[in-house]
Design a protein around this ligand. Structure first.
Ligand code: FE2
Length: 391
């Protein structure tokens, strides 16, 4: 029933999406996600992990050797996904504070725009809190314009205008060549980036994306859709006009025990990015490669596959192979999707990665949420954080 209700909502919200974007010109046209920057305790070692385990390639570097004194940044790339890993080089700076509060986590979701000045003006005049005024940076490869606004928690959106720039990444970065380049694993682009926000704050942040950035809500799940015996959450998916940038926003809901969103908020020290979903066009080969390189995924009980074809209909993949890898399947009226979630990739039970392959489906796997959450609860149990709450 949960699936049916959500699909109906999806249908009507798609109509809404078309209506919203035909009524008004998109005041914040986004060309895509430019990069994701994580503040981490040891960028050199994190970069090695993302290369070895996830198949990212060395791309650019900034640090003492390039004249930067207070931080070091390693830029990694795989197809259209760019990750920046930054660590402080001194004590007592804003990066140190971020790491102290949150552990390793996402600081910047950078968005690729044609005009960073206009993006700043359009969003701040609609109420977005400024993070960085439009700033021009130049080097021998040309110029970049950057500006930024704040979103939930300590996360910021930086608008990047790079139409007049030919360098490897940004001014101040040099190309990073390495003799160590493990093969890519087939990660192609960012499908969506999910934020966890506090109790009762989901609508506030959806409104923020709608009003200040011109996004529209394309789907919503209530705690009736997403709950297990113990825990619950609510979620809404916000999308920009061309659908290239999608941000689901989760908030905790009342359950018998502590929800995974609350666990996240406790350990992250507030709202933040919960997971980054990256797309592949061959999930079986991507997941096999990741497992071989030591990436750990949530365990899916074998019983999940017992009646899978009755639930999702015909699929091209061999069910036994999917079962062997624990890959989840869900269907909406436009097709199906295959997905799998890693365990947290940092020390705290916070940030994880989703691997997703879409075969027509535009939704987010609501049919899998229950089995996914039960898998997360098993992990919470082992961490001693699936505590009873007093209702
Ligand atoms: Fe997701």
């Amino acid at each position: 029933m949960a699936e049916l209700r959500s699909l109906k909502e999806l249908e009507s919200s798609k109509y809404e999406l078309k209506k919203v974007f035909s009524d008004a010109e998109d005041f914040l046209p986004l060309l895509g996600t430019d990069y994701i920057e994580l503040y981490v305790g040891n960028a050199k070692q994190s970069a090695h992990y993302f290369k070895t385990a996830f198949g990212f390639q060395s791309h650019a570097y900034a640090g003492l050797e390039t004249g930067v004194k207070d931080r070091v940044s390693y830029v990694l790339k795989q197809e259209k996904v760019t990750l920046v890993l930054t660590s402080p080089l001194q004590k007592d700076g804003p990066i140190n504070t971020h790491i102290n509060i949150h552990g390793d986590g996402v600081k910047v979701i950078a968005l690729w725009v044609d005009n960073a000045t206009k993006s700043y003006e359009e969003t701040t005049k609609r109420g977005a809190e400024a993070f960085m005024e439009p700033t021009v940076e130049e080097d021998e490869y040309g110029k970049i314009v950057r500006s930024g606004i704040r979103t939930y928690g300590d996360v910021v959106h930086i608008f990047i205008e790079r139409k007049n720039y030919k360098g490897p990444f940004l001014p101040g970065f040099k190309k990073w060549t390495s003799h160590y380049s493990p093969d890519p694993v087939g990660i192609k682009f960012i499908d969506h980036i999910v934020g966890n926000v506090g109790w009762g704050e989901m609508n506030k942040w959806c409104k923020f994306y709608a009003e200040t950035m011109g996004f529209a809500q394309i789907i919503s799940f209530t705690d009736n859709d997403i709950s297990t015996t113990y825990t619950a959450l609510m979620s809404k998916v916000m999308s920009n006009g061309n659908g290239r940038v999608k941000f689901p926003i989760n908030e905790p809901a009342e359950g018998m025990k502590k929800s995974q969103i609350e666990e996240y908020l406790d350990f992250y020290g507030g709202p933040g990015v919960q997971h980054i979903a990256v797309a592949t066009d061959n999930i079986i080969s991507t997941v096999s490669a990741l497992k071989q390189r030591g990436v750990e995924f949530l365990y899916v009980p074998e019983t999940y596959y017992d009646d899978i074809l009755e639930r999702v209909g015909e699929i091209e993949e061999d069910v036994e192979t999917l079962k062997q890898h624990g890959i989840l399947i869900d269907r909406d009226e436009e097709g199906y999707l295959l997905q799998l979630f890693t365990k947290p990739i940092v020390d705290r039970p916070t940030l994880f990665i989703e691997i997703i392959q879409r075969k027509g489906a535009k939704s987010f796997g609501v049919g899998n949420f229950k089995s996914l959450f039960e898998a997360i609860e098993r992990e919470q149990e082992s961490r001693g954080t699936l505590n009873s709450v007093s209702l």
